[in-house]
Design a protein around this ligand. Structure first.
Ligand code: GDP
Length: 357
């Protein structure tokens, strides 16, 4: 309708002029379960993507990169945005770190920062694993930053997909660095790794058997391990953990040929190590840009997200389909009682679904 058309136009203009209220409203659209709104969200995203592709804007990040990366000649793509994933167990200091790092990027470097979260809240308890939002109180009020409270509704696939779309909208609104936070729990990390260029594991300097506790998969998948709270009384423990991780990483295959995973100490409380970390991050990007890996990774990720959409949309349509629902109940009973095999039941339902579509 013309109302919908005008809304999309208005939001598009708002995004182009980096208006925060328009960004928030646009993200709400792509998160919506309502099909009209969802459609509006997709139309908006398509315009944003086309615009960014045809005439990308000059950003402070592009400038920073050109000035600071000497072997610029070799880089095949310009760096326009950074997508950084951060994971770690509850209490590691993720929100404190993001707040400190975010303030560094905005205030010191003049970069625009967006913070999003994938919160795999348990549907059973309804509790939020990322904690409730008195978080990042300084960064939240910083004009160069946008901190989106985490969506915690619905299944992980849906939440993660919305986060990917929110990320694209933030880029459309001119943000330079996107930080996506999640807790170290199962599938949420895979989803975050699938939407970011760089994956950071943040750990506290506690306990001896940390390495056993953390899933090896996470370590294999990260580009940086940050031992947080490397300050005061915790400094010796932080050094010890750093050494342990550094030696453990020698036996773990590289994620990228171009990059050896670095283990660094930081203090999110007093900012120690943040400067060095940023320079290393720039090295990471230069290496991946120079080899072409950066671009191929983003291409691959776009494809992955298309398949996530296909998976979840098919399932949704399947569950709403009449010829499925009318047989579903009785077939489920037959399967439960062992009268029909799960595979046969699935075949019958799928045949019904696809033949009547
Ligand atoms: P999250 O659950 O991973 O987001 O962790 P929080 O950011 O909420 O931090 C958990 C606790 O660790 C809080 O009490 C923080 O003040 C504290 N903390 C975070 N970073 C540091 C740090 O660098 N040094 C010290 N000493 N404490 C920290």
């Amino acid at each position: 309708s013309s109302f919908e058309y005008r809304t999309v136009q208005r939001l598009y203009q708002g995004l182009c002029s980096s208006d925060r209220a328009s960004l928030a409203e646009s993200i709400t659209l792509v998160e919506s379960g309502n099909s009209t709104k969802k459609h509006m969200g997709q139309t908006l995203l398509q315009s944003v993507m086309s615009q960014m592709k045809s005439s990308p804007r000059e950003s402070n990040l592009t400038k920073f990169f050109e000035e600071n990366v000497t072997e610029k000649k070799d880089t095949r793509t310009e760096l326009r945005t950074m997508r950084i994933g951060i994971t770690g167990p509850p209490g590691a200091g993720k929100s404190t770190f993001i707040e400190n790092f975010g303030i560094y990027l905005t205030k010191k470097l003049g970069l625009k920062v967006a913070v999003l979260a994938v919160d795999p809240s348990s549907n059973r308890t309804g509790g939020s694993l990322l904690g409730d939002k008195t978080r990042m109180s300084q960064l939240s009020v910083e004009p160069m930053a946008y901190v989106r409270p985490s969506p915690s509704q619905g299944e992980l696939g849906g939440v993660a997909r919305n986060t990917m779309e929110a990320l694209l909208l933030c880029e459309g609104a001119g943000y330079d660095v996107m930080i996506i936070e999640t807790v170290g729990v199962g599938q949420s990390e895979v989803a975050v790794a699938d939407m970011t260029d760089m994956f950071v594991l943040l750990i506290p300097p506690a306990g001896g058997d940390e390495l056993q506790g953390l899933k090896r998969g996470i370590i294999e998948n990260c580009d940086f391990v940050l031992v947080n709270k490397a300050d005061g009384d915790l400094l010796p423990a932080a050094r010890k953990i750093q050494t342990e991780y550094t030696s453990a990483l020698k036996f773990i295959p590289r994620k990228h040929e171009e990059w050896r995973t670095r283990v660094r100490r930081v203090s999110s409380l007093n900012g120690d190590g943040i400067d060095d970390l940023w320079l290393l991050m720039i090295d990471f990007y230069s290496a991946l840009l120079a080899s072409g890996k950066f671009e191929s990774m983003r291409m691959q990720q776009r494809k992955i997200w298309m398949w996530h959409h296909i998976h979840s949309d098919i399932l949704q349509r399947f569950k709403k389909n009449l010829s499925v629902t009318e047989k579903l109940h009785s077939l489920t009973k037959l399967v439960e009682n062992g009268d029909v095999t799960p595979g046969v039941a699935s075949d019958i339902l799928l045949d019904n679904f696809f033949n009547k579509n």
